[in-house]
Design a protein around this ligand. Structure first.
Ligand SMILES: Nc1ncnc2c1ncn2[C@@H]1O[C@H](COP(=O)(O)OP(=O)(O)O)[C@@H](O)[C@H]1O
Ligand SMILES: CC(=O)OP(=O)(O)O
Ligand SMILES: [Mg+2]
Length: 599
């Protein structure tokens, strides 16, 4: 599929044409900026040749209208679709969406939430519809990747009426954070699903994202792209109390304050220039304002990296991207210096000579450092092309129902735990065979105890495992008074402690989780159902009253497994499932984007 990507910003237009196959290739790339006095500067790359210069184009609209000619001159024809970057998708758009008049109308209502971004994005859509009336127009949202953020990350502690009116955090730069996290995982050689990554995007807009085992769980921008880091012209985090103060003491209107926070703050507010290259030059010449701006920019980013390592309960890698993240060794160094205590240490030589050609993603951590530090160029356009192609791929329907089993709270015990709870040399007694071959429930039970209360007679599932794992529901977590993370079985790093009480003793063990829903299957069924180990699927439960779709269900293929989906009691209650049920697989449109590799 040949996809034209349009990233229409307030002051620049970026265009890419990608051939999306097994491997993706960029066949055309252009940027148009500095629109002044009836002309603009451009850079166009195609067929290995780059041309730069000035063109008599008034504005972004004129550049878009002239685009078919530029494409045709370079032999780029037969486009299949147009993919657009849309910054704010609000509550309504959690995934890539094909645009029609009604979806465009909904996006228009989101303009107040991203006043600098959505209007030019939509202008690009309107013109593209006129220039290419027969091509599908597809929106890829900056907010979509963050739709997995839990309520504790997206909620502002403000009055209910405001929250009911839609006030919440969304997060942006999602396309970039997703791309660089995937790229970092490829470079490390470990599946994204097994990594805890902090992605640091430092461009004109800047944000940090906690990518926990493949999912965004928090990000520094909020309801609008104003929260978080210090940016080119935006303030990032401020005390909301300043609105009242400036209004009372300085008679500024809310509009004036907002305008200043968007356009006259950040590096520009601190130094007069929004461009980090200028700021670095001035700092070198001794300008105290520029020196403070750099220190503040780095300090805020470092705080967010620490915060997100804490939010995830671990950190495997930090990825830098965006114009500043990619090009400023001194900024990377300032941000990383002081993070040695959490295993993050740079190799200063490697940091200095980063080469990002050919989609490189060099590692720049010191030899032996626990946390990897990676630099890579972001590729929002490529990612938009992939998502656009995936959204337009015809749905392949998967038949065959999936049996669903409800797992009540239970524990898997290690040898050490069995002996601590039941006595030296004790062997558990298999009482009931489970459907998965070789697995059983023991006749023994244990009690769990947390700061808030106890859960009695909790089932023990055998055989023994190398590590003790305690699986509860979210509701059980409230009964115990412990907040357990949703994790895949076996991923126990940084999980909370809980007390287990047996007839012969007490054991305080970590390994408390809410098990992520999953489907056990064997290689034969997996190939019949088109399922791949380690990927995520959606499963539809049909029920007149309480039917729903369980998203993000992990596929686990093992030799003798019986095909069966496991959900916990909270999930079963939500779908009105008593003991068992059946579900059907929903084709996953974003799978292509996650699986495809670099051009
Ligand atoms: N070599 C460099 N050293 C420091 N900063 C740089 C360098 N190259 C680009 N930048 C900075 O990157 C920022 C622009 O980032 P970029 O990602 O290109 O912008 P946008 O967010 O608009 O896509 C500017 O502050 C610019 O000064
Ligand atoms: C959302 C946002 O800040 O985008 P940009 O970095 O392009 O300004
Ligand atoms: Mg940017």
């Amino acid at each position: 599929m040949k996809i034209l990507v349009i990233n229409c910003g307030s002051s620049s237009l970026k265009v890419g044409v990608f051939e999306i196959e097994e491997k993706s290739t960029e066949v055309f790339k252009a940027s148009y900026e500095k629109f002044e006095a009836g002309s603009c500067s451009y850079e166009i790359t195609s067929g290995g040749k780059t041309a730069t210069g000035e063109a008599p184009l008034n504005d972004i609209a004129a550049a878009l209208v002239a685009l078919p000619r530029s494409l045709a001159d370079r032999g780029v024809t037969k486009l299949d679709a147009v993919g657009h970057r849309i910054v704010h998708g609000g509550e309504d758009f959690r995934t890539t969406t094909v645009l029609d008049e009604s979806t465009i109308k909904v996006i228009e209502t989101l303009t107040p939430l991203a006043p600098l971004h959505n209007p030019p994005n939509l202008l690009g859509v309107r013109i593209a519809k006129e220039v290419w009336p027969n091509l599908p127009q597809v929106a890829v949202f900056d907010t979509a990747f963050h739709s997995t953020n839990p309520p504790r990350a997206t909620t502002y502690a403000v009055p209910r009426t405001w929250r009911d009116a839609g006030l919440r955090r969304f997060g942006f730069h999602g396309t970039s954070h997703k791309y660089v996290a995937i790229r970092a995982a490829e470079e490390i050689g470990v599946p994204l699903r097994d990594l805890q990554i902090v992605s640091v995007h430092l461009g004109n807009g800047a944000s940090v994202c906690a990518v926990n085992y493949g999912e965004s769980i928090d990000t520094s921008m909020g309801m609008t792209p104003l929260e978080g880091l210090v940016m080119g012209t935006r303030s990032g985090d401020v005390d909301p109390g300043l609105f009242g103060f400036l209004s009372r003491q300085h008679r500024l209107s809310i509009m004036e304050v907002e305008e200043a926070l968007y356009s006259d703050s950040g590096l520009k507010g601190l130094t007069g220039s929004s461009d980090m290259r200028d700021v670095e030059d001035r700092a070198r010449e001794g300008d105290a304002d520029a020196q403070l701006a750099i220190a503040l920019f780095a300090y805020r980013a470092r705080k967010y990296i620490g915060a997100y390592a804490a939010a995830m309960g671990g950190l495997d890698a930090v990825v830098f991207t965006g114009g500043i993240g990619e090009n400023s060794p001194s900024m990377r160094r300032r941000i990383c210096d002081g993070l040695e205590f959490m295993g993050l240490r740079l190799d200063h030589d490697r940091n200095q000579v980063v080469d990002l050609a050919n989609h490189g993603a060099p590692q720049i951590q010191a030899y032996g450092a626990r946390v990897r530090v990676i630099v890579t160029r972001t590729a929002e356009q490529l990612m938009i092309a992939r998502e656009t192609a995936a959204a337009l791929k015809p749905m392949t329907s998967v038949p065959a129902p999936i049996p669903i089993a409800v797992s009540a709270r239970h524990v898997h015990l290690s040898r050490r735990a069995v002996e601590a709870l039941f006595g030296a040399g004790y062997q558990l007694t298999p009482a009931v065979s489970l459907r998965q071959p070789g697995k059983w429930a023991a006749s023994e039970r244990v009690m769990l105890e947390g700061p808030k209360g106890r859960l009695e007679r909790v089932a023990i599932l055998g055989p023994e495992r190398p590590r003790t794992q305690i699986e509860i529901s979210r509701t059980d977590g409230f009964a115990l008074g412990i907040d357990a993370p949703v994790r895949d079985s076996g991923k126990l790093e940084g999980t909370p402690m809980v007390r287990l009480i047996g007839p012969a003793g007490i054991l305080d063990s970590d390994g408390l989780i809410v098990a992520a829903r999953h489907i056990h299957t064997n290689p034969d069924d997996a190939s019949r159902l088109g399922l791949m180990d380690g990927t995520l699927v959606d499963v539809h439960i049909e029920d007149e009253e309480r039917g729903l779709v369980f998203g993000k269900t992990l596929i686990r293929v093992s030799a003798n497994a019986v095909t069966e989906m496991h959900i916990d009691t909270d999930e079963a209650n939500a779908a009105d499932i008593r003991i068992s049920a059946e579900g059907s697989l929903v084709p996953d449109l974003s799978a292509l984007a996650v699986r495809s590799t670099e051009p």
